[in-house]
Design a protein. Structure first.
Length: 271
């Protein structure tokens, strides 16, 4: 499991007197994103910022599901996420097909657009929520940078760190790499001589500076079960899938099982 030293998600609470059981599920990539998004949207601190304080939710294929569960609307995949890896290329959504931008929550008032003006109002505990392109076993995360000035995350980090804001990163385990620090020394716009797609940099989010929510934390948040990845990969629709074992009280395991089955009726996981 990822080391997440400032994890503000609920911790697994085993009950020695309760009957325990276990299960194994196969989560396809779209299902994993939906599960993480549902869990993040249910976090108490996210629910609170929906109505008071300040919060920014930046577009990604996983953050799309956060918005779906938080606001009961679909911002779209290609119109919400600016950076994309598809057709074997690093790229961006064309400017003329992008949506209005990140969701901005300002004391219960919701708009969309460039987050810098709202970030100026940030204080302790206000939330910046953004997906990642990489995580490693040590709890580090990293975000690819297509913008030469660092994009929205380049603007946000200094304010978050200076004022005690909270960074929440919903990310699935298909983004797991061996080492974020090692990757840091390899990328930078103009550094590699050949690139499939646009040139990119990489900004690290070091362990302890964000709350990272993967499928494992999501299962704990939603049903108080302890989850472990036991295998990965597959063919056809299961390429990139995670095979996850989870255990806990019988009613909690059943709850998690039912959440996954119900999630498969969500049309967003197929688009």
């Amino acid at each position: 499991m990822l080391d997440n030293p400032i994890d503000h998600t609920p911790h697994f609470e085993p009950d020695a007197n309760a009957q325990t059981t276990s299960a194994v599920v196969v989560l396809r990539p779209g299902e994993a994103r939906a599960l993480v998004g549902q869990a993040v949207a249910s976090l108490q601190q996210v629910q609170e910022k929906r109505h008071s304080g300040h919060m920014v939710i930046v577009g990604s294929s996983t953050a799309r599901h956060v918005i779906h569960h938080l606001l009961k609307e679909d911002p779209g995949r290609d119109t919400f996420a600016v950076g994309q890896i598809r057709n074997a290329r690093l790229g961006e959504t064309p400017k003329d097909s992008r949506g209005p931008g990140p969701y901005l929550f300002d004391q219960g008032h919701i708009t969309r657009g460039w987050p810098a003006p709202l970030l100026e109002k940030f204080g302790p505990g206000d939330i910046y929520l953004k997906g990642a392109n990489a995580i490693d076993p040590q709890g580090n995360a990293a975000i690819l940078l297509g913008s030469p000035t660092g994009g929205s995350i380049g603007v946000a980090l200094s304010i978050l760190y200076a004022r005690g804001g909270s960074l929440i990163i919903p990310v699935t385990l298909e983004k797991l790499i061996p080492s974020v620090p090692k990757a840091m020394g390899l990328l930078g716009q103009g550094v590699p001589q050949r690139v499939m797609g646009i040139a990119v940099g990489l900004i690290p989010i070091m362990a302890g500076s964000a709350t990272i929510v993967t499928e494992l934390q999501a299962m704990r948040i939603l049903a108080n079960v302890e989850a472990t990845v036991v295998a990965a990969g597959g063919t056809d629709d299961c390429a990139g899938a995670a095979v996850i074992h989870f255990q806990g009280k019988e009613e909690n395991v059943k709850k998690m099982w039912d959440i996954i089955l119900a999630m498969r009726d969500n049309n967003l996981i197929h688009a």
